[in-house]
Design a binder for this molecule. Structure first.
Ligand code: SF4
Length: 628
């Protein structure tokens, strides 16, 4: 087989044993790589119904088909487990050298079972596998851990995916980091922490054999050239943080825990401000000719010197959504999260929930006592020091940080049970995963994409906001096209997440990002890598299968139609000001949208998958288990 090694590494931390599992080519043709293959490995290896923080929940790593080849933005890998936030599939992507090292080591994926009784890291040294003591790494941040392992092994080519103190403390939205990039969402770091798994380190010394190296190189050069042109300019110059002012202008910038869509201090936390005052340099994932992340530094005040890569979804969550118009503080909070190994989005939205709960008088200074502020502190919106302190408290599970480390769904449920309050009404999550940086009350197609999303409140798995924002449809209303549009956009995104390729390359194949523009070019890349004969229809199937395996996983874990929900606020509280004021997604609208979406997917009215549909997708064993 070209492009793959044909085998998956299994590591059992309980039994301390390892083995290789060969996989047939047909399996690779169905699941390809990235989030699709990682989700399939979850399907095959999880103890159904297990607690996500128990040994029965495996860590499933799946490489990309283009990792280690010349294909631009193809150096990515997928990570999946049952999410400790949602109880459903948690699938994430990360870029960079870890994927390339794993490919060179001769493994297409890794499944880590069980749990260790002492802290360990797994060292994949080509074919030789070791489970090594990690007690000396405890307490180290994510970057420090990578560096410490390189030093210990005496090889700066060793690449590691690591957790920080957040993962060690089983913060439910802890992430996994490699080369400064994060598999950020759904709480993988907590799963790793529950297994006492501090890191997976890889040294790969072989090459990657592809079917047609000459063609692959030519195709790749063309994409690299196109990636220096206008199609990626937005990402190369300002990066995704340019969205701050764009979303603010549309009245969609989450502000003060999604109470408003316009932030009066948006200029101060804009991409333009970041570029002019804080940017140190642009950084890029491995195999990337674009480079979109803005490495930035706090330059004034108490947080001077804090430094991190900044992108939109981190920035909105810790700035406007917390009412904070202070870029230095925003960089500090992101730095705490990145070094400590916490998802910035869930952390920021959880802080904003705590701030609203404080402003409504439910949390008091008494609740906010900590070693830094023994008398407690005020946590109103706009209080930068409160955001910094709450981030530190969550990371260390200190004081109220222990509650907040559970995420908004669990934290609100616990407070409401203890105090008879209704803080769940402003707990801004879907299925337990905190929301992204777009207010969907006035993005009706995106509201459906989010509600139906298999991993919860996630903008990356549904690109439906694109159609709303670009005016392909009227974003303020609904009609019978939205089910098909939500289906199309989520399966489109699933193709990129499966190969995986960074979506920011999507216009660089032919200038057109749509299926007609991209699919034939992607088929050529796959064929030159693997020697297969994929065509347009095969690329479409990649997306449908990837989405279906995740949905099947959720159904087997007990998903029902009621799980496709929106936060109470988006259904009951319109914004009062700005271009998106006055809108909510009513219950009637949401139920209608779900109906037409399930219909577009070819599912039953209850959102279940017919057996014959699964069989047609080549998923016979899944059809037997959950098909109807
Ligand atoms: S464009 Fe940005 S996210 Fe995409 S591969 Fe490049 S650096 Fe990574």
């Amino acid at each position: 087989m070209y492009g793959y090694s044909g085998k998956i590494l299994h590591v059992d931390l309980t039994e301390r044993k390892t083995w290789a599992e060969p996989k047939p080519e047909a399996w690779y043709k169905t699941y390809i790589g990235g989030v699709s293959m990682a989700s399939r490995l979850c399907w095959e290896n999880i103890e159904v119904g297990c607690d996500p923080l128990s040994p029965g929940n495996p860590v499933c790593i799946a490489n990309g088909v283009f990792a280690g080849t010349p294909v631009p933005v193809g150096g990515k890998w997928g990570l999946a487990s049952k999410s400790p936030l949602t109880g459903f599939i948690g699938d994430s992507l990360s870029g960079s050298w870890f994927a390339i090292a794993l490919k060179r080591a001769g493994w297409d994926g890794i499944v880590i079972h069980g749990a260790s009784d002492s802290w360990v890291y797994v060292f994949v040294d080509d074919a030789r596998i070791e489970i090594r003591d990690a007690s000396h790494l405890l307490g180290l941040g994510t970057y420090e851990t990578e560096e410490a392992i390189r030093e210990q092994l005496g090889d700066d080519q060793v690449r590691s995916a690591t957790i920080g103190p957040a993962g060690e403390n089983v913060v439910r939205f802890a992430n996994v980091t490699n080369d400064g990039r994060q598999a950020g969402r759904t709480g993988h770091g907590a799963v790793w922490g529950s297994k006492k798994l501090k890191a997976v380190s890889v040294r790969g010394t072989s090459g990657v054999t592809v079917a047609d190296p000459k063609t692959l190189l030519e195709l790749s050069y063309d994409i690299v050239d196109a990636a220096q042109g206008p199609h990626t300019q937005k990402y190369r110059i300002l990066g995704t943080v340019s969205n701050m002012l764009n979303m603010n202008g549309l009245g969609l910038l989450p502000t003060r825990n999604y109470q408003q869509g316009v932030f009066e201090h948006a200029e101060l936390v804009s991409g333009e401000h970041l570029y002019d005052h804080h940017k140190v340099k642009t950084i890029a994932c491995a195999q990337c000719p674009i480079g979109c992340e803005q490495m930035s530094r706090a330059v004034e005040g108490p947080y001077t010197g804090a430094m991190s890569g900044i992108e939109y979804e981190s920035l909105y969550a810790v700035s406007s959504n917390c009412g904070i118009g202070d870029m230095d503080a925003a960089i500090k909070v992101i730095d705490i999260c990145d070094e400590g190994g916490m998802d910035t989005m869930s952390a920021g939205v959880t802080i904003s929930w705590a701030m609203e709960t404080f402003e409504k008088g439910i949390f008091t200074k008494e609740d906010l006592k900590c070693s830094k502020y023994p008398e407690g502190f005020e946590a109103n919106f706009g209080n930068s020091e409160a955001a910094v302190t709450l981030a530190e408290m969550m990371l260390n599970r200190e004081g109220i940080g222990d509650l907040l480390a559970q995420g908004t769904r669990r934290a609100s449920a616990q407070i409401d049970a203890d105090r008879g309050t209704e803080t769940w009404k402003w707990a801004m999550n879907i299925k337990g995963l905190e929301l992204p940086g777009y207010d969907a009350r006035a993005l009706k197609t995106f509201a459906l994409g989010l509600a139906a999303g298999t991993r919860g409140g996630c903008h990356n798995r549904s690109a439906a906001y694109d159609a709303d924002i670009k005016g392909v449809v009227d974003r303020f209303t609904i009609d019978d096209t939205r089910g098909e549009l939500a289906r199309e956009t989520e399966e489109y995104a699933a193709v990129y997440d499966t190969l995986p390729l960074c979506k920011f390359i999507r216009r660089c194949f032919t200038g057109q990002a749509d299926r007609a523009g991209a699919w034939p070019a992607i088929a050529k890349l796959i064929n030159a890598t693997t020697g297969w004969s994929f065509d347009y229809a095969d690329i479409d199937l990649i997306g449908e299968r990837a989405h279906t395996i995740k949905k099947a996983f959720n159904i087997r874990e007990g998903w029902t139609r009621e799980d496709d929900h929106l936060p109470w606020r988006w259904q009951n509280e319109p914004m009062l000001e700005g271009p998106s004021a006055g809108y909510v997604v009513t219950e009637e609208e949401l139920e209608y949208l779900k109906d037409i979406y399930y219909q577009a997917k070819g599912w039953t009215k209850e959102g279940l998958i017919p057996k014959d549909k699964l069989i047609a997708l080549g998923m016979e064993d899944i059809a037997q288990e959950i098909g109807v």
